[in-house]
Write a new protein. Sequence first.
Length: 206
Amino acid sequence: MRFSDEANLPTRFGRFRVVAVQEELTGKEHLVLMRGRVKGGVEVPVRLHSECLTGDVMESLRCDCRDQLTRSLSLIDERDLGVLIYLRQEGRGIGLMNKIRAYSLQERGYDTVEANHRLGFRNDLREYGVAIRVLKTIDMKSIALITNNPGKIEALMKGGLTVARRIPLVIPPNAFNRVYLRTKETRLGHLLAEEAPVAGEAAGER
């Protein structure tokens, strides 16, 4: 894993420090935004955000990705502390071409999980190994993960990180993503309510 030099990044959500990370085996590049004194911090807000070109850039209403991204940056800005890792794993890891194919299948009545299966993929192909390595390099004592996805909590805890708590992202549905959000909740186990579980329960350690 290679790191670029660090630079300042002024945004509409405040000023961040930014560094690019490159995976040595694949050459895939990711982005890390940091705010405040995160090294050695306790319950530092952290967001792992997987790339969504259609949502993050084109502001698609089919998903809640852009809303999650902007809300996460706002939360970090409010606290003047946090880390956001932008992971280049489009379409839950299936890539842009297959993501658009999945869109087409969804327009024929399949939900997001069924569409992935018809294309020959599992529910979710994302992996968080590079994010775990980055967070270990930053060296925080514990993090507060900004997520609705218990799978992320589990992955980070299995990777040796201390997830002290979850910060939920409550995004109101719109007319285009209501079914998508329901599928995430009922079929993928995402926690879309305000209540945050304790870390052990979220990681499946009941």
